[in-house]
Design a protein around this ligand. Sequence first.
Ligand SMILES: [Zn+2]
Ligand SMILES: [Zn+2]
Length: 155
Amino acid sequence: MRSTTTTTTTATASPAPSPDALLRKAALRKTPVRVGVLEVLARGRRPMSVPQILGKLKGVDTVTVYRTLNTFVRKRLVHRVRGEDRSWLYAVGGDEQTPPEHLHPHFVCDGCGKVECLGDAEIPHAFVESLGVSAGYNVSYPEVVLHGTCPRCTA
Ligand SMILES: [Zn+2]
Ligand SMILES: [Zn+2]
């Protein structure tokens, strides 16, 4: 099993670095689509589906957006989580040391179906160890999705 010894915490409230800075850090060429996708995700403040992202980008090819998102996930500029209908939702955040899915749990509201990054919550480092997974299963990272009712639906 891979040890999980990171101390990185990323709060969703902290200001996101500019698309330029992110692309430079990931050694990716700057293209209008890449900048556009990063801007849309940063402004979204919540994981977004590909149709939602496409809706905010005018005249951009669907395949290009999928390819861009896959590149961002691979370079860890962006992380993803499954939405209610099992489609991928994308959000900014991640770094080279930590698989982005390991940074924070995600929350799915059973009332309104919204999916959120719980940027202030942290998955404990010993979380996988604490599960007592049988020998022979090589865990890369945990993806924690919490279900319940969001503050808006509880109020
Ligand atoms: Zn809700
Ligand atoms: Zn997230």
